[in-house]
Ligand binder design. Sequence first.
Ligand SMILES: Cc1cc2nc3c(=O)[nH]c(=O)nc-3n(C[C@H](O)[C@H](O)[C@H](O)COP(=O)(O)O)c2cc1C
Length: 404
Amino acid sequence: MTQISWFQNKHIVLGVTGGIACYKACELARELGRRGAVVQVVMTKTATAFVSALTFQSLTGREVKVSMLDPKAEAGMGHIELARWADLILVAPCTANTMALLARGQAPDLLSTLWAAATCEKAVAPAMNQQMWEHPETQANLERLFGKAQIIGPDSGIQACGDVGSGRMSEALEIANTLEATLNRGPLAARRVVITAGPTHEPVDPVRYLSNRSSGKMGFALAEVANRLGAAVTLIAGPVHLEAPAGVETASDMHAAVHSALDEVDLFVGAAAVCDMRPTFVSRQKLKKSKNDLSQLILTENIDIIHSVATSPNRPSLVIGFAAETERVLEHARQKLTTKSLDAVIANCVASGEIFGQDETEATIVFSDSDQKLVPGTKSEVAQEIFATLSPLLAKGIRNEPGI
Ligand SMILES: Cc1cc2nc3c(=O)[nH]c(=O)nc-3n(C[C@H](O)[C@H](O)[C@H](O)COP(=O)(O)O)c2cc1C
């Protein structure tokens, strides 16, 4: 498996300050570790009243640092060494109080001292009551931090105190993803990627539709990985049972959404299982078995979305398709590559039906002149392998010419 997270082996000082959102920092510490970072938690004294240092120590495997005036800690990695060690200091949650210290270069505790002494990347995720957030001094401190640190959030909504407004700390995943996308010097940094995912639904009547067994998990995994690699990702999903922004329903909707997103795109990955056919007439009334209505179903071929992308004047540099086949998998995939003017096809064998909806998959990338079998793994791992293969091609600008 190719490890490609920006966080891999990075040294992160996670500063945790005294607010209700401390519990979210536990999830954040775990998430950063999951992405391969070495996480050193530094807590303010107030933060230890909200979550114990032991919790963070268990999550990160490293002793938590709280005090600057700790001779034992200074004899180990002292505060200046720690400031030099860090690739990133992330303060999450960041209270109004700590924000004021950081913005003004004041250094009364270990965290603010590290901040003042470090020249690495810096980020804060503010978390506070909405009145505190709106306070002119907090806003002035925010202004002071702009350009010196990345500010992530805060989000709006109902707060722990019952108020409604801005001040909620962003979710752990959002913080990690935002940092990954902005700090990432990865192979897809500044690339624009459009990915389709899931099935489409082709209405038959008000209660029925034609569809297929695609879950959308592969397309979602691709989108998440591309995002982590720094790409600006547009995900266009059909109806799926995954947590997702509103998607599209039919092949025709997906076609329209894809073409409206195609401006200056570097890479298009058609992972959606778009229905080939749709009912020619959609009945306004429910069709009746008793009248033998369903046997009268007439089908019309849907537009071929990926072919339309590959032959569009806005053609992305690379257009990649998927082929789920039950037999002669590589042969059919290569046929698809040629007839649709694609640069590569990710071929899956679905003869057993076992790949649909599963978290694991196996696939082969088929090019016009070679195949590359990927190491079987989770859909996320396979997505990483796919981008590890495609990114260098993007850099070289290799692609099939549209023609067919
Ligand atoms: C229950 C409770 C919740 C608090 N939540 C927040 C918060 O979310 N954001 C904030 O800025 N301050 C909050 N405070 C106030 C801070 O704890 C206080 O300003 C403290 O001095 C911050 O210290 P620190 O920045 O060194 O961690 C809260 C206080 C209490 C008692």
